[in-house]
Design a binder for this molecule. Structure first.
Ligand code: F3S
Length: 754
């Protein structure tokens, strides 16, 4: 079986379970205590279980993941980087998934055809790189990366990294699954290790069982409300308890998927009967049997479950029997309340209560069970002669799910009430939505079963208020058309809807995945990869220059982000996805959505070359032309959200030397380090307030840059006065090497030459 095979090699899983057996003994010996499940999996993937440091929340360790998955938007830059390493093939099984570049407009067939024309150059590039370097290639329309990974590659006890922040979805099948930047993926594909801060472990004890309108989505919405968007930072969220064992594998995947929204490194469920059933249903009986044999290792030690406070860093408990369906939003996934409360709360806050669109699907909620329960609500509407009152869009997660739900008559009721079925792709979940019913400035509310609801995330409009709920709840609201509706109590056409029902898995099994997968050819040496020199979408990469201490003096302050600054704010998605493989062109979106404290308009700032207000990417471009280097200032949790490395590459390319923030989101902080940028945090967070638009900053004594040692800086005010301040960093020796060499890739190349 080849590395890129469409399913996971059983021999390598057997081998991993033997490693897990040995590493478990080593871990028990080293730690002298019982282990959580996440720890067992992490230990089995340490580069050297007997010697790698393993202190939760403290030490950095080197890991060897089993697999790499890349989506088409992030794969371009990752593979452009991989190609510069000069290898014949990837060293770890890897796959590419074409899901992000398909614009939702008219429906599956037409949208797919348009995407194949408009993205031909990129698809051809990715297909040829996959063929050349022995990478599995999932064609456009075959499915959303995380759903395909769950169906094809995920297995209990494994470790996968993916160039997408919702990679943790595979935790539903017991994997440590981590979203990384493209640069981390390159490290693993070239055969190096993945460096990771050993995460803390937050235990979530689930008791009781879900019933009525409640679904796994309501569990994660409740967890997000409890932990908030920062509560999972630097941690694995490990679920356990009888309640956890009552949830389907795909329901668990929904919960793990949205762990990204609370900043978690990943989320994980132990192996159980539901995991085995899902493996069998997706035609992986051998893995189910093997995992059943090793099931004692594929869960936490019994002492952990008996005494969780002693072994987890934090424990929260949720009684599933007491949950109510939730709706979260707008603008953030941790602003939650129940469906009984949303109507009044929306009115009190002036959020539009009438819905303009409802959307079901995405990688988060497009399983067979999700569509089955949503379809049951639609069937009830048909029986009452009702249609959706607002446009309803449905995105199946994969061609395999789509074919199966179509075969089982689950799609038809949704279409009958008015739903348009979109391509098996991200579409509106990533802003790839050609919406024509409203324009910027028109306040409107949408309800989705997706995972993210930042302003502009779905339709590029800041005036859209996006709320999130489970698929079945979304369909109920599509029937009512208003947030003032409560599906538990309010009648539609005289009667209250029955709670939704749906099979967890198709009784007659899943349909085959279709022809969406391309296996690399045997003769890969003759495959050529071409990048047109005049291409506007792809550009070969030039290495960044190494550290030069003079350029860290007198740095201009390009902007000061006020409040939330996600990677979407730094490098917007939507139409810009087009340029993900062309650094120069995509850099024209730099900071375009940022709320700059120095300007009333998002994306604008004061250009010190022209002394006037201009768009931030133009200012950065003027500084680059003038040979002026700069810093950007961030607020709390700078760089949260998607893992896109462009949010680090662009500032680096445009002349940034450091980002100084109150705090950073984990993936983005690592991405900045990889690209040779300094991610620094104010030692006194209040110093953020001192920074003005015309100030310049010196970052001093970088020759003495060492782990765990603060760095001195000097702030120059326009009146000639200065203020000293100090910044912290989380760089270890290797990160410092990356910084000095100019980037992590420069270090890899130097090492290969040596
Ligand atoms: Fe796609 Fe899921 Fe991300 S649908 S955009 S992979 S959140």
């Amino acid at each position: 079986m080849t590395l890129a095979s469409s399913s996971t090699d059983i021999a390598s899983i057997q081998q991993l379970y033997e490693t897990l057996t040995r590493s478990y003994e080593v871990a028990r010996d080293r730690l002298g205590r019982p282990l959580t499940y996440a720890e067992k999996v992490l230990f089995a993937h340490l580069d050297d279980p007997s010697s790698e440091p393993f202190v939760r929340g403290m030490s950095y360790a080197q890991f060897r993941p089993d697999r790499v998955a890349m989506q088409d938007a992030t794969a371009q830059m990752a593979l452009l980087q991989f190609m510069t390493a000069g290898l014949d093939e990837v060293k770890v099984p890897s796959s590419i998934h074409c899901d992000h570049l398909i614009t939702a407009q008219l429906g599956a067939d037409q949208d797919l055809q348009s995407a194949e024309v408009s993205n031909k150059e990129v698809y051809d590039f990715l297909k040829s790189v996959a063929a050349k370097y022995n990478i599995g290639f999932w064609q456009p329309g075959s499915g959303i990366i995380h759903q395909v990974v769950l169906e094809q590659y995920a297995f209990p006890g494994g470790m996968i990294i993916g160039t997408d922040s919702h990679t943790p979805n595979a935790g539903g099948l017991g994997m440590v699954a981590i979203g990384v930047g493209g640069a981390d993926a390159v490290d693993v594909m070239v055969g190096d290790t993945l460096e990771l801060k050993v995460p803390k472990v937050i235990g979530v004890k689930l008791t009781g069982t879900l019933s009525g309108w409640c679904s796994p989505k309501d569990i994660i919405l409740r967890v997000a409300e409890i932990l908030t968007v920062k509560g999972g930072t630097g941690a694995v969220i490990e679920y356990f308890g009888d309640g956890a064992r009552s949830i389907s594998a795909t329901g668990k995947a929904t919960i793990c998927n949205m762990g990204a929204e609370i900043g978690a490194t990943c989320s994980i469920f132990p192996f159980d009967d539901h995991s085995a059933s899902y493996l069998r249903s997706t035609k992986r009986d051998e893995i189910a049997e093997l995992a059943t044999r090793y099931c004692h290792l594929l869960q936490a030690d019994p002492e952990v479950e008996d005494n969780p406070e002693q072994y987890f860093d934090q424990v929260i408990e949720i009684d599933l029997s007491k949950l109510e369906p939730n709706i979260v939003g707008p603008h953030t996934p941790d602003l939650g309340r129940t469906v009984s409360q949303i109507g009044d709360e929306a009115e009190q806050n002036g959020w539009p209560t009438e819905l303009s669109y409802c959307l079901v699907g995405s990688c988060t909620n497009s399983s067979y069970e999700d569509i089955a329960r949503a379809s049951h609500v639609a069937r009830q509407a048909i029986a009452r002669g009702l249609k959706a009152k607002v446009p309803l869009l449905v995105t199946p997660g994969s061609e395999r799910v789509r074919r199966t739900v179509e075969r089982d008559g689950l799609l038809a009721p949704l279409e009958e009430i008015g739903a348009i079925v979109l391509a098996n792709a991200c579409g509106p979940c990533i802003g790839q939505w050609k919406r024509t019913d409203v324009t910027e400035g028109v306040k409107n509310s949408i309800l989705t079963s997706y995972n993210r609801n930042f302003p502009k995330r779905n339709d590029g409009l800041a005036s859209t208020y996006a709320f999130i709920a489970s698929p079945e709840t979304v369909v109920a609201y599509a029937l009512s058309g208003t947030l003032k509706f409560n599906p538990l109590l309010d009648a539609l056409d005289g009667t209250v809807l029955e709670p939704p029902e749906g099979e967890e898995l198709p009784v007659s099994g899943f349909e085959p995945e279709g022809s969406g997968f391309i296996t690399p050819p045997n003769d890969r040496a003759s495959v050529t990869v071409t990048i047109r020199p005049d291409s506007e979408r792809l550009q070969a990469l030039e290495p960044f220059e190494p550290w030069n201490k003079e350029t860290f003096i007198g740095l201009a302050v390009l902007m000061k982000a006020a409040g939330k600054c996600t990677t979407d704010h730094i490098s917007a998605a939507g139409p810009w996805l087009r340029y993900r493989g062309h650094l120069q062109n995509i850099s024209k979106n730099l900071f375009l959505s940022v709320n700059n404290a120095f300007s009333k308009r998002p994306g604008y700032g004061i250009c010190k070359v022209h002394n006037q207000e201009e768009p931030l990417p133009e200012i950065a471009s003027h500084y680059k032309e003038a040979g002026m280097y700069w810093v950007a200032i961030g607020d709390e949790n700078y760089g949260e959200g998607s893992s896109r490395e462009h949010a680090a590459l662009e500032p680096r390319y445009m002349g940034a030397k450091a980002i100084i923030a109150r705090s950073f989101a984990r993936i983005h902080e690592t991405n900045l380090k990889k690209q040779g940028l300094l991610p620094l945090t104010f030692a006194d967070p209040a110093f953020y307030e001192h920074i003005g638009p015309y100030d310049t900053i010196d970052i001093l004594d970088l020759e003495r840059l060492t782990p765990n040692k603060a760095i001195d800086c000097l702030l120059h005010k326009p009146d000639g006065s200065t203020e000293s301040f100090s910044v912290n960093h989380t760089m270890n020796e290797r990160h410092i090497e990356w910084f000095r060499a100019g980037s992590a890739l420069n270090v890899i190349k130097q090492e290969r030459r040596a």
